[in-house]
Design a protein around this ligand. Sequence first.
Ligand code: MSP
Length: 506
Amino acid sequence: MSFYITTPIYYVNDIPHIGHAYTTIVADVLTRYHKLFGEESFMLTGTDEHGQKVQAKAKEFDKDPKAFVDEIVLRFIDAWKGLDIQYDIFMRTTFDYHILGVQKALQKIFDQGDIYEKTYDGWYCVSDEIFYTEKDVVEGKCPNGHALQKISEKNYFFKMSKYQQQLIEHIEKNPDFIRPDYRKNEVLGFLKKPLEDLCISRPKSRLSWGIELPFDKDYVTYVWFDALMNYCTAVGYGDSKREKEFSKRWPNVIHLIGKDILTTHAIYWPTILMGLGLSLPKMIFAHGWWLTGENEKMSKSQGKVVRPLDLKDVVGVDGLRYFLTRDIFLGNDAQFSQDLVIARVNSELANNLGNLQSRATNLIDKFFGGKIPPPTKISTLKDPTEAAAELLKSSILSFSPNVAVGHVVDLLNHANKYLEEKAPWKTAKTDLSAAGDVLYDALEVLRISGILLHPVMPTKMTELLRRIGWSKTPNFEDAKKWGMLQEGTAVTKGDPLFPRVETKNT
Ligand code: MSP
């Protein structure tokens, strides 16, 4: 089976922030886990470059939109490089092949009679890039509290309403289509009311920065239609030379998104796909938000920018990746602050994992000349360690990365207690072989934990494994098997792998 996961493609009206970094890191972590399990895995991220919001921002800087997006996109590419993201495709909606794919899709829907023209009277929210009707307006603002523009103009509409019943049936028949469950219920609740048709155009007189409609050159495509199509065009939709690739990737696609863009992904997108006669995504998983102390969403539009790369300087790239994976249930909201990041990194990486590693390697250095001692009996740690690997795998397969990591944390806690009880630093003086057994066990727990945490902290875990004498490319099969470290292999002490981060509060 092959695994294909997408992040939303991000607006390029500003720099990358922690919200973008979060979705992208989770997608990267999940992709790396699937690779660790031996599955062929593929990840897409990218940028959403058309639309009114981006056009307005370019104007603010007195730049041509294309020149502006070419500049901003580099910040996303740099940010992902700095956060060790291993995507397979970085998609841009200004790519020629994307533009052709979108036009092909529009033409197909138009030709089959699913697009018609009418005068649109309503509201537009530039921040969300969403059309709203009178009934959605709350005190003159959109439901998300943003300013609205009154619009009355001739536009093209996609017959979304035609697919409403088919969508309801699909959601009901496929319990994993929208996750978590409460989001599925939200969507079904929304679908109880009659669905309106979707405006899919903007007159060029109002917005020129977009993909021209193939059947009317006075219009550009509505930015969400354009953006959603990227998931298909990225893997070959619309290109006759890439049909094989498309039929291989598309049926397995999983969309990881934030809860704020659920309607566009769980309602607009599936109906568009039905119009195109394509299969629906395997899953749409909506994650929650990172909130600040005042329970506000951290995002650029509210000026609450936390640059992911800034925190990286405090706790390291892997520390930040660890926090974002560990401190939130995928789907829920959680609090974000520098203190919370530091507290988590200090307690679980500097103390728990770091302690086990430094104690084990220091004692082996001291009593065994830096060489792995021979194990003389089967350890009581064998079963819980092998079990942790299986538990981690099933948590990843059910989209619970924080729970998955928790299994390794429990194992490391257990191993630290074991070391404390057995006190090899004392027994080494009277029974060297017993001390060697305990230290071998500690190294085995570290080896398996290092493999299991590699997708979350690729750089640090590669270093950990190197220090304990394990140079093989991490793979799950080796994490399921106790006792693979060879006696006599050299181990390295080194500086602390996760130095404790000191703050005023610690
Ligand atoms: N361009 C659209 C997506 C088109 S996909 C076909 C868009 N872009 S965005 O730049 O606004 O990025 C939105 C993503 O960032 C969402 O998934 C959103 O949930 C996420 N986050 C923004 N702030 C966030 C937090 N404070 N916490 C977690 N994620 C949040 O929407």
